[in-house]
Design a protein around this ligand. Structure first.
Ligand SMILES: Cc1ncc(C[n+]2csc(CCOP(=O)(O)OP(=O)(O)O)c2C)c(N)n1
Length: 377
């Protein structure tokens, strides 16, 4: 038996919990989609990162006296630790909020390598930072009791409380309010075109989720190896700084960061570090689909802000935008030739192939071949 997203949503509403903030998660994608479809935009903020969601819920509490709901994948727990311990904690300001945490890498369940460590320690991390928590059962009566208990906790104790959600808890719910996209090119097609244009042997660092998986599949389809690609399987938002670390080490070697819009927004401060680094060899490409495609397609705000303008304001001397395959072919030579840091925003439509594979090489193998390549050239 699974839990209907609308049922949980209704119980939370009855308990006075109707303000949401968070970053979508693959495991919570049905519930996140339900929230996106049924909550007015001003009461559901998809935030840049999970720490921002905790802070937003804190502000909501200060102004309304009502706890908010913060949804996140447990990989984002790290991003919340600072505001949970130094803001919301009972020994500081004591701010109640309900954390709904997707439990990737739950012990005993098979999951991707990047989720195993955090999955095993999620409860211990919550214990260590003093966040009381319980699992959300799938069985509706037990789930209702867990929500009632959570609500009692939030009333009795001014502190965050967490519900841990296992894989397969919710009924299927498909997002209706998908971000509309005026762009025809898919991200996978854009990655293929970029590979066609990049110099042979270009060193790439690719962001979390589908972009890395699509890059991997392109290499397979082309019969090329994976030794020039560092695929960030976790650590969302950090690919650009990894690429910066590589670029700084040898300024004669160009480095290409293949980023996502959600990832750029998550740690947007990194653009200022890159823009002021003086790394003429840095090439930053953001595949902007206006969505968190990898975890269900919930919108980001990246079509409402000017990412290329942000890069320019952060000091990138060369900034380009392509909104179609033809525009990409047109601007790419100038992007390639520019003295960087150079930024190229490629606008693409949301979505991916259903049969997209996952890297067959382990992170350790990918790291070994990539480091060997960097040492050679
Ligand atoms: C810190 C953290 N929060 C959330 C996630 C779950 N997650 C994985 S990929 C992804 C969406 C990435 O969106 P974007 O960068 O726009 O790339 P897209 O999938 O749209 O191509 C999310 C939220 C994660 N891996 N790490």
């Amino acid at each position: 038996m699974t839990l209907e997203c609308g049922t949980l949503y209704g119980w939370l509403k009855e308990a006075g919990l109707d303000f949401y903030a968070g970053v979508p998660d693959s495991l919570l994608k049905d519930f996140c989609a339900y929230v996106t479809d049924h909550t007015p935009a001003e009461r559901n903020f998809i935030t840049a990162n999970e720490g921002s969601a905790v802070a937003l819920a804190a502000g909501h509490f200060l102004a309304s006296g009502r706890p908010g709901v913060v949804y996140l994948q447990n990989s984002g727990l790290g991003n919340t630790v600072n505001p949970l311990t130094s803001l919301a904690d009972q020994a500081v300001y004591g701010i109640p909020m309900l954390l709904v945490i997707g439990w990737r890498g739950e012990p005993g369940k098979k999951d991707e390598p990047q989720h195993v460590k955090m999955g095993g320690i999620t409860r211990a991390v919550l214990d260590a930072i003093g966040v009381e928590h319980a699992e959300l059962p799938q069985e509706p009566d037990a789930a209702r009791a867990a929500v009632a208990l959570a609500s009692e906790h939030l009333q009795a104790r001014p502190a965050p409380y967490a519900l841990l959600v296992r894989a397969g808890t919710f009924d299927k719910y498909k997002l209706r309010n998908k971000p509309s996209s005026p762009y025809a090119m898919s991200r996978e097609e854009a990655i293929g075109l970029l590979l066609d244009h990049m110099p042979a042997g270009a060193k790439i660092v690719a962001t979390t989720g589908m972009p890395s998986r699509e890059l991997y599949e392109h290499r397979e389809a082309r019969g090329q190896g994976h030794d020039t690609d560092f695929l960030i399987v976790g650590s969302m938002g950090h690919s650009s700084q990894i690429a910066l670390g590589i670029a700084l080490e040898d300024r004669a070697r160009k480095v290409y960061c293949l980023d996502g819009d959600g990832a750029v927004l998550m740690h947007m401060g990194g653009l200022a570090s890159i823009g002021t680094s003086g790394c003429t060899n840095y090439k930053h490409i953001c595949l902007n689909n206006g969505a968190h495609d990898s975890v269900g397609g919930q919108p980001t705000v990246a079509f409402e802000v000017d990412l290329a303008g942000v890069a320019r304001a952060c000091g990138y001397p060369a900034v380009f935008v392509a909104k179609s395959a033809a525009e990409l072919a047109e601007v790419y030579p100038a992007f390639e030739a520019a003295s960087g840091p150079a930024f190229l925003e490629v606008r693409v439509k949301v979505g991916h192939r259903d049969d997209l594979g996952r890297p067959k090489m382990t992170p350790a193998e990918l790291k070994a071949v990539y480091m060997a390549t960097l040492r050679k050239s």
